[in-house]
Ligand binder design. Structure first.
Ligand code: TK8
Length: 339
């Protein structure tokens, strides 16, 4: 019998012995962690939350239990953030973009075309700059554990293929509740309207809005192809998700419990990025198969869009602070030079 098996058997025997007392002994009752997220269970987000839950249960020997609650059943991102701050919910994952109202430095990640590829995103997010931004959360009542990949965002709509900048004119486009996104798409000529993700499908279905932008994975898992005909490949911004814990609750955990959560979060990050990238690589063909009409923007039009969007950079720099902005630009320049 291996050591692990032997200790598992021992643990099981101990648990069986203790079971009758569990109802009385407070510290034996598993800690329940309500982990909310916005996408559905069959999404890359849902799969990664499930993976995290399994890791935590395993590492804690069942003393910590994660209840994964998807499809915004605990409310959209901004509502869950408040529940974490108040201590009414333990954990969540959501876009950094919806966090900007609480921690303005998160707007750094909303910079259009900040990262050229996933490698750059991983290096910056997992490095000192990503940590520095995350370290702004505790003073607001939140603890950030890791960044996951939401992904490069692309445009869909029900009106027409976006082949040139002018095609966006008058398109009613849902954006996240975030000023950089609002300004970016207004700058491009769209009629941008902020809406929580949980209201998006029905807003598209009822034509309250004509379009939206999200990574391929989400367009697929949220079935936007059922209500959107055109997908234009823009990759206009890399969007991270962030896994967060209520600070009120976190502060009451033992060091061991905190370590279990952090280790599981790191393992889930690696799982999630791999899973997301594998899915994204196949998603375009799948979306085509579902009937979407897909177009790449001609390089000259992509450049025009990019040029227009850089106009929002000055306001991002001002809100995140020029030191952080310059440090990020320097780190990216160094990364690109090192290749
Ligand atoms: C899910 C959202 C989603 C985001 C959006 O809660 O709102 O468009 O991309 O992933 O955070």
């Amino acid at each position: 019998m291996t050591f692990v098996r032997r200790s598992l058997v021992a643990a099981a025997a101990a648990a069986a012995l203790l079971a009758p007392f569990a109802a009385f002994a407070q510290d034996i009752k598993p800690r329940l962690i309500r982990f909310g997220y916005g996408l559905n269970e069959q999404s890359n987000q849902g799969r990664a939350v499930k993976f995290f839950a399994e890791q935590v249960e395993k590492a804690s020997g069942g003393k910590m239990r994660v209840r994964a609650i998807g499809a915004a059943a605990l409310g959209p991102d901004v509502q869950m953030q408040q529940a974490l701050i108040g201590g009414a919910q333990e954990m969540m994952v959501g876009s950094t973009a919806t966090l900007v109202g609480i921690t303005k430095e998160m707007a750094l990640w909303d910079t259009p075309f900040l990262f050229n590829n996933a490698k750059e995103a991983d290096t910056i997010l997992d490095g000192p700059i990503g940590q520095k931004v995350m370290d702004k959360l505790p003073e607001k009542g939140l603890v950030g554990l890791v960044y996951w990949e939401n992904g490069f965002r692309n445009l869909t709509n029900s009106k027409r293929p976006v082949n040139k900048l002018e095609d966006l004119d008058g398109i009613k486009l849902r954006v996240m509740q975030n000023n950089v996104y609002l300004d970016s798409f207004k700058t491009l000529g769209a009629n941008a309207v902020p809406l929580p993700f949980s209201e998006l499908f029905s807003a598209l279905e009822t034509k309250t809005v004509d379009g939206q932008e999200n990574p391929y994975n989400t367009i697929l898992s949220s079935k936007f192809f059922e209500v959107q005909k055109y997908l234009s490949v823009t990759n206009h911004v890399y969007s991270p998700w962030i896994v967060m814990v209520s600070k009120k609750w976190w502060d009451g955990l033992s060091k061991d419990e905190q370590k279990i959560l952090l280790d599981a979060a790191k393992a889930s990050r690696d799982f999630e990025r791999k899973d997301t990238r594998e899915e994204a690589a196949k998603a375009l063909a799948e979306l085509k198969g579902k009937g979407m009409q897909i177009n790449e923007l001609p390089a000259s039009e992509a450049a025009r869009m990019r040029d227009k969007l850089t106009k929002v950079n000055a306001s991002i720099g001002a809100s995140v602070g020029m030191d952080l902005w310059n440090e990020t630009q320097a780190a990216l320049a160094k990364l690109r030079g090192a290749k």
